[in-house]
Design a protein. Structure first.
Length: 291
């Protein structure tokens, strides 16, 4: 899959493109579930950003911080979609977090970002750090299995070793020896290679989020059961997040902050039974924009 994908709409439209950033899987594929987000006569272009991990032989494209990932994606957007603002960004889960960082980068560079659409994206400042590699690996496996189930792909045992080593790409544990250029490389990825890269992306993505300056101590979390699969700090964060209609973003820091609700779980936002409702909500936001 290309890093930039036109999901719908007319690239030559006078309306500002909506740019949706991938979630933790690194793939923009879920956004294809959205129905038309504009009227035919308007036809706003909607682009998806996938991780370069799927189109590059780079071993560790997600090593770094969330702002560094955002800077890389801003450069890609300027080069391949639009060189100047205003920009309209959005994303699901980790994608919304990256989109917010991209907005900060673009504004610092003098461009206008009037709106960012967050689809169940919590403030990454509150993402708990991992206590050790085992906890990181298990959380990555749980996250991967939730996505794999929806793709009808095989899950992985939570305690299987070697799944998240630096050189792990395919189900055989061997990195592809494909020496072709990026586009050919992406086209020739086998399903096992693609799933291996997804596991890699999930593991690295969680590491990026956990490297933020965590503020979870402010919630006075219980610190027992540190050896559980998902420790008490993460359970409490999920509970706190579900009770906060801003998903822990400082609403007062924005010119406006509006929360819309959807009757779906976090992982199920783009499932077939919820896609129409999500499309309606996003389209309603876009219909009220004048750019």
């Amino acid at each position: 899959m290309d890093t930039i994908t036109l999901l719908q709409g007319d690239p030559d439209s006078n309306l500002t493109p909506l740019i949706l950033v991938h979630a933790i899987s690194g793939l923009a594929l879920p956004y294809f579930a959205l129905g038309p987000l504009s009227e035919i006569e308007e036809d706003r272009p909607v682009y998806g950003i996938s991780s370069p991990m799927y189109t590059s032989t780079l071993a560790n494209p997600l090593n770094g911080t969330l702002p560094q990932v955002a800077e890389e994606y801003v450069a890609t957007v300027r080069r391949e979609i639009q060189p100047f603002g205003p920009y309209l960004l959005g994303g699901w889960s980790m994608g919304g977090m990256i989109a917010m960082e991209m907005a900060a980068v673009l504004q610092a560079q003098g461009d206008e970002v009037p709106h960012v659409i967050l689809i169940d994206s919590v403030n990454p400042r509150y993402f708990p750090t991992f206590q050790d590699k085992k906890q990181h690996d298990i959380q990555a496996a749980i996250t991967y299995n939730a996505i794999a189930t929806r793709m009808n792909a095989p899950a992985i045992p939570l305690y299987q070793c070697g799944l998240f080593e630096d050189n792990y790409y395919s189900s055989s544990g061997e990195e592809s020896n494909n020496d072709s250029d990026s586009e050919e490389f992406a086209e020739e990825l086998s399903v096992p290679e693609m799933l291996g890269r997804m596991r890699k992306h999930i593991h690295q993505g969680l590491g990026v989020l956990a490297s933020q300056n965590s503020r979870v101590d402010e919630f006075d979390f219980i610190r027992e059961s540190t050896d559980s699969l998902v420790n008490e700090r993460r359970k409490m964060l999920a509970q706190k997040r579900s009770q906060d209609n801003t998903l822990l973003w400082p609403a007062e820091a924005f010119k406006s902050f509006k929360t819309l609700t959807i009757d779906a779980t976090h992982d199920g936002c783009f499932d077939a039974e919820h896609a129409d409702e999500l499309t309606y909500l996003v389209k309603d936001v876009l219909d009220n924009l004048d750019y």
